[in-house]
Design a protein around this ligand. Structure first.
Ligand SMILES: [Zn+2]
Length: 178
């Protein structure tokens, strides 16, 4: 209470592992400022709670061809997706969730969220990010993982690129990275 989340998170992480370097930013990142941070990152994790920010992060990741690890949790439902935009065959967030369809904004502040669910989703995002950094295993790229925490059942759907996607459809050819 009365503190920036980023500063509070930095302090908590330092208490757990002082060897992790955390650079906390306490301003809203949009446009050039967001682009600069995404360009400087190896991997981007989207842990935000609104579609406008999710789409802004996705656009920047498409522009800079950065892998995006997206997680969402609302009520008892969780979703995790990896959009490995280094790959020519990978869909972007917008291919899956076009921004015209999210007019009914719902987020945790108004809808509530089952507290353990954010830990499950966050840990799964962390696992995918570490795998991407280490270059091990099979990432979630091209699949969307969904958790129904009430039934404690995981579901998975395959997702492909939308050739007509206005965000990544015009993406230039680039050497394939696997
Ligand atoms: Zn797309």
């Amino acid at each position: 209470m009365g503190r920036y989340k980023a500063e509070s998170g930095k302090q908590t992480l330092a208490a757990i592992n002082p060897e992790v370097a955390v650079h906390a930013l306490t301003q809203r990142l949009m446009d050039e400022a967001l682009d600069a941070q995404v360009a400087a990152a190896d991997i981007v994790l989207d842990c935000t709670d609104n579609f406008a920010t999710r789409h802004a992060i996705n656009r920047s990741c498409v522009r800079h061809r950065k892998p995006l690890v997206s997680g969402a949790a609302i009520r008892f439902d969780g979703q995790i997706g990896v959009f490995d935009l280094r790959r020519d065959d990978a869909p972007c967030y917008h291919c899956l969730f076009p921004d015209g369809e999210d007019v009914d904004e719902i987020n945790c502040a108004t809808m509530g969220v089952f507290a353990p669910l954010v830990g499950i989703v966050g840990s799964t995002q962390a696992a995918e990010a570490i795998k991407l950094v280490a270059g091990i295993g099979t990432s979630l790229s091209g699949r969307l993982l969904m958790l129904d925490a009430l039934a404690m059942k995981w579901h998975e759907v395959r997702v492909g690129r939308d050739a007509g996607c206005p965000v990544c459809g015009g993406r230039p050819a680039h050497p394939h990275v696997s």
